[in-house]
Design a protein around this ligand. Structure first.
Ligand code: PFF
Length: 453
């Protein structure tokens, strides 16, 4: 397929918004707070910040660059940019294909909970500040196998239809509109949470005053996995989006802006949640249910709470759509470009595969609750395998490829847009990071975190 016949983003600003739409999602509002809560708070946040800056950002830059250089899906890209005969780099794309299915398997389920909470919020059914009542409502939702599956299918059906419309029309249109509103609503939530009696001090201490003793190898691996998951990197997603970037897009600047905006949304979600956790007596380490219990409690304690709560869950649902579209784009681009099966059919196959692979994850609090593999239920297993194993592995490979095979002159040419942008110190810094620092750090964290040592 040649350059001109591929779909693509139509404006520089649209690129920024779509990339942001991929990064910002349930990762900020659901995963970041629950992992921070389960892993001891500030220490985890500190490692996550370091991982994002030292590893996440450089990987994001080179991954996007490789996609734009090849203008192809995650597998074909390595056919085009790798030297003749080095077919094994395509493993990055295949692993990304699999990782996208695994992530979608649990992500679509959590998105389903958010959709369900839109209706519950509107009906006033979750307006409580009592941890017991909030826990019971959430428990009733996730332990019902029928509603769990149906909500997952609703999410898959909706996002599948959007992706069938094509890249520019589907993704840009959705990403463009509603993000700023979510940001404002999070700010409002922060103010309310911080002014709850007895919340601000323990909440902010938990979030920002690190206890270094709590930083174990497993905590570091989880933080690294979150950094990859947050920026949608290590699995060909940014690569696929990069392939739709315009030639004049400044990749390092776009990646940096997206990273900063993404971090601020996560931090806002943290500040909205943890003071309330302490004010109302929720358990910080509650896990995946944390957000679904605390956010309604904060809204319940402010005027007009029901209305704002409903809007909040609608916006979160919308944020999840941008991320899901980018996740689906990885397999859809591979299937349609490599197997010539047409975008519509590729989308349909992808959705069906996720419904199949994802069902055990959707049923993890009911029918498959006792099905344990490596001590994890299917939901946790998909999450662990993708975020903590496949994305970091993909990240190492992308770094090794960019740093040792692709090389500095090519990096300077691509990141400098063929001499139109400065390509001095910053590009050298990226090169140094992806050639030495990031692969080494990821390798050590992976081996330690997986208890290989
Ligand atoms: N970055 C998204 C989030 O934080 O919600 C999740 C995600 C999207 C992960 C796309 C991976 C990906 F390829």
């Amino acid at each position: 397929m040649n350059k001109t016949s591929r779909d693509g983003f139509t404006s520089t600003f649209g690129v920024l918004l779509a990339t942001l739409g991929s990064a910002v999602g349930l990762g900020n509002i659901w995963k970041f707070p629950s992992l921070t809560g389960m892993n001891g708070g500030a220490g985890f946040l500190l490692v996550y910040l370091l991982a994002t800056l030292l590893i996440g950002l450089p990987v994001m830059i080179v991954e996007t660059m490789l996609g734009r250089a090849a203008r192809a899906n995650a597998i074909t890209t390595f056919e085009r940019v790798a030297p003749r005969g080095q077919w094994w780099w395509q493993i990055i794309g295949w692993m990304g294909f699999l990782a996208a299915l695994f992530i979608m398997s649990f992500y679509s389920e959590v998105a389903g909970w958010v959709y369900a909470y839109v209706f519950k919020a509107a009906a006033g059914a979750i307006s409580t500040t009592d941890p017991k009542a909030a826990g019971a409502t959430f428990g009733a939702l996730v332990s019902n196998p029928v509603t769990s599956l149906v909500w997952q299918w609703v999410v898959l059906g909706l996002t599948g239809s959007i992706i069938m419309l094509g890249v520019a029309k589907g993704i840009e249109a959705v990403a463009r509109k509603l993000m700023p509103l979510l940001f404002i609503l999070l700010l409002v939530l922060c103010v309310r949470s911080l002014t709850l009696p007895g919340g601000a001090v323990p909440g902010l201490t938990f979030l920002f005053s690190p206890d270094l003793a709590k930083i174990t190898p497993a905590v570091i691996l989880t933080a690294l996995g979150l950094a990859f998951f947050k920026l949608s990197i290590g699995m060909g997603c940014m690569l696929t989006y990069g392939s739709y970037f315009r030639d004049d897009q400044n990749i390092p600047a776009t990646a940096t802006r997206v990273m900063l905006a993404d971090l601020s949304v996560s931090l806002l979600a943290g500040i909205a949640i943890f003071p309330a956790v302490f004010a109302f007596g929720f358990e910080p380490a509650a896990g995946p249910s944390l957000v679904f219990m605390t956010i309604p409690a904060v809204f319940t304690s402010m005027p007009g709470g029901t209305v704002f709560m409903t809007i909040f869950f609608v916006l979160t649902a919308v944020a999840s759509v941008g991320a899901i579209l980018s996740l689906l784009e990885v397999p859809v681009a591979i299937l349609s470009e490599r197997f010539g099966c047409g975008r519509k059919r590729a989308s349909l196959y992808t959705i069906l595969a996720i419904a199949l692979v994802g069902a055990p994850a959707a049923l993890s609090q009911s029918l498959t609750a006792e099905t344990k593999i490596f001590g994890m239920n299917p939901f946790d297993l998909y999450d662990f395998l993708s975020s903590n194993v496949m994305l970091p592995l993909g990240g190492i490979l992308i770094c090794l490829f960019a740093g040792w095979v692709y090389g500095l002159p090519q990096l300077q040419k691509q990141l400098g847009n063929d001499g139109k942008l400065p390509n001095g110190v910053l590009v050298r810094a990226v090169f140094f990071l992806v050639r030495y620092v990031s692969p080494l750090l990821i390798g050590i964290v992976l081996l330690h975190g997986l208890k290989v040592f």
